[in-house]
Write a protein of this length. Structure first.
Length: 124
């Protein structure tokens, strides 16, 4: 009897990993100052520690609102594919706090809401 090899992640999971990485990298590039840029770069490093073997990033178009929405969708999709929701929820909370600080200082109200619930159950 042969031993099964390591499970290969599903395509949807890997696509969500790539989308999350790409959104964080694009947010770093789009940042208005070096402090904001390094904030998103640190989040990308933290995300890479959660998913060390993810795909490379790809070009993401859009403004901050669209990228944050895409990031939220990627986090939700990862949870749907069985990823641990708690670290993703923490990363989403850090992004949300940073966004809140940026919007308060600029006077612009954001409509982005993160849905990465820590107790959300993955679809079977």
């Amino acid at each position: 009897m042969t031993q099964p090899g390591p499970m290969m992640p599903k395509l949807g999971y890997m696509r969500a990993v790539g989308q999350a990485r790409s959104c964080l990298a694009a947010l770093a590039d789009l940042a208005g100052d070096p402090d904001e840029s390094s904030h998103y770069e640190r989040l990308l490093i933290a995300f890479d520690q959660l998913v060390p073997n993810g795909p490379a990033t790809w070009l993401m178009d859009g403004d901050r609102e669209k990228l944050l929405g895409d990031l939220t969708s990627a986090f939700d999709e990862l949870v749907d594919h069985g990823a641990d929701p708690i670290p993703l929820h923490l990363l989403a909370a850090v992004v949300a706090v940073r966004l809140d600080r940026l919007t308060k200082s600029s006077g612009v109200r954001s409509t982005v809401r993160f849905a990465g619930h820590p107790h959300r159950r993955a679809k079977s």
